[in-house]
Design a protein around this ligand. Structure first.
Ligand code: 13P
Length: 250
């Protein structure tokens, strides 16, 4: 059976002192969970978060990276740099990066490849806009994004990748996809993976849901057949609320 992976995406929030206090508060609240707990924090919080989370079951991730190893890319951070301080996960292709920072399917694919090469685990985001949904294109969009993100990725690397289905209209809006809708979209993504890598791999790959996940809807979402946990934005900024999402089955 696939494990559940609950990841917080702090986005551009939290100063180092807040990150430290958050992790200290969260640690006892999630210490008994069997679910995987990840916090994807701003670059400036990474080092503090890694130190504070040492010896706990909380893993630390970044929210972006560049696909080149080094060079004249002012303001960018490489996979090697993240790995060198002990980061384990990195979000790739979040819709906010696609929308505001010109991230494309091509750069997402390059970043996924580079992350894997450096033994970082990418959390790859896919999702449709409201317009695309209303035009009946959800399935086409999310399966295309998945296929392109995974282009050239070997099947033995698939267990190191997490996919996050985040319908853009549900992000930060308080609108959640119904658990049935979210589960169906995730099944479509899993079917695409089956087409490319076969049934065995498709059953193993972790696919999260993201978009207005809260303690009040986590259980309904995460107990469906195909949703393997969540990528949580706003509700990951308060330790107690986030812990309730992690411990959704209590
Ligand atoms: P919210 O949970 O705030 O809707 O954000 C979801 C998200 O974008 C996580 O990556």
């Amino acid at each position: 059976m696939r494990k559940k992976v609950i990841a917080g995406n702090w986005k551009m929030n939290m100063l180092p002192n807040e990150a430290i206090a958050f992790i200290e508060e969260l640690t006892p609240l999630v210490k008994d969970t069997e679910n995987e707990v990840i916090l994807c924090v701003p670059y400036t919080d990474l080092f503090y978060s890694l130190l504070t989370a040492q010896g706990t079951n909380i893993k630390i991730g970044a929210q972006n990276m560049h696909f080149e190893d080094n060079g004249a890319y002012t303001g960018e951070v490489s996979a090697k740099m993240l790995k060198s301080i002990g980061v384990e996960y990195v979000i790739i292709g979040h819709s906010e990066r696609r929308q505001y920072f010109a991230e494309t399917d091509e750069t997402v694919n390059k970043k996924v490849k580079k992350a894997l090469q450096e033994n970082l685990k990418p959390i790859v985001c896919v999702g449709e806009t409201l317009e695309e949904r209303e035009a009946g294109k959800t399935s086409e969009i999310i399966t295309n994004q998945t296929e392109k993100a995974l282009e050239g990725i070997d099947e033995n690397q698939l267990e190191n990748i997490i996919i996050a289905y985040e319908p853009i209209w549900a992000i930060g809006t308080g609108k959640t996809a119904t658990s049935e809708d979210a589960n169906n979209s995730i099944k479509e993504i899993r079917n695409k993976i089956m087409e490319i890598y076969g049934q065995n791999m498709s059953k193993r790959v972790i696919i999260q849901y993201g978009g207005s996940v809260k303690s009040t809807n986590a259980k309904e979402l995460f107990t469906t057949s195909d949703i393997d946990g969540g990528l949580v934005g706003g509700a990951s900024l308060k330790a107690e609320e986030f812990s309730k999402i992690v411990n959704y089955s209590d």
